[in-house]
Design a protein around this ligand. Structure first.
Ligand SMILES: Nc1ncnc2c1ncn2[C@@H]1O[C@H](COP(=O)(O)OP(=O)(O)OP(=O)(O)O)[C@@H](O)[C@H]1O
Ligand SMILES: [Mg+2]
Length: 205
């Protein structure tokens, strides 16, 4: 903001661009701090879940509408396949983090191609399933288990920037819920992440 004041831009459009740049930088900093705090919490065994009845389908639809502009700017269209509500007892804040991280990766590494999100109850294994599939750069086989560790990345920072923390946090949140995350991917063809969350005892929403 101080820089903005110093440069005293002459036209409104320039001023608007500078303010929105400053706001975006602030948001990025807050996100970074949140991620680092989460890592510290997880390492200290202090990731406490506040579970409540929630609908995974609604949470996914809400996030897709939030990120769809960013996806479109990159050329990707996101489609959601979900028939019924997917009810379970999970921590809504943490589940939103799982959804947003997987969507943000699909957009970031999705090469501007279509992204498909599927949410459903898998009654056979008594789990809710969230599947995020892109047709982007994919992940080499030797990196597929590593990317769930802290600071591990399968792509150069010069090509796509990132810290390599998102999937570690996602994995830990899913594990804390008693669930699991699986990855299938081929370089150049895309990636498919499947999150499985146990369906706890839920009252009807
Ligand atoms: N959908 C995807 N397609 C291809 N590669 C992916 C995908 N999702 C993750 N990756 C790879 O896994 C790595 C780890 O992902 P992760 O989300 O943890 O970190 P990041 O995206 O690099 O940074 P951030 O911490 O900001 O999310 C990425 O750097 C990328 O190499
Ligand atoms: Mg990421």
């Amino acid at each position: 903001m101080a820089e903005i004041a110093k440069q005293t831009p002459t036209d409104k459009e320039h001023l608007f661009r500078m303010i929105s740049h400053a706001l975006k930088s602030g948001q990025k900093l807050v996100m970074l701090l949140d991620q680092l705090l989460d890592i510290t919490r997880i390492r200290a065994g202090k990731l406490v879940l506040e579970k409540e009845d929630m609908d995974l389908k609604s949470a996914v639809l809400e996030w897709v509408s939030i990120v769809s502009i960013e996806a479109r700017q990159k050329g990707s269209q996101i489609t959601v396949k979900a028939d019924d509500p997917v009810l379970g007892e999970w921590d809504p804040v943490r589940i939103n983090q799982v959804i947003s991280n997987l969507l943000s990766n699909a957009i970031k590494y999705g090469d501007g191609k279509p992204i498909e999100v599927t949410v459903f109850n898998d009654r056979k294994i008594n789990c809710a399933k969230l599947i995020v599939r892109d047709q982007g750069i994919g992940i080499p086989e030797d990196m597929q288990s590593k990317i769930f560790e802290r600071f591990e990345r399968a792509v150069s920072d010069r090509l796509v920037s990132g810290l390599g923390l998102g999937l570690y946090i996602v994995g830990q949140i899913v594990k804390a819920h008693g669930g699991a995350i699986r990855l299938e991917s081929s370089p150049g063809k895309g990636s498919l992440f499947t999150v499985m969350l146990p369906l706890g005892e839920v009252s009807k929403l």
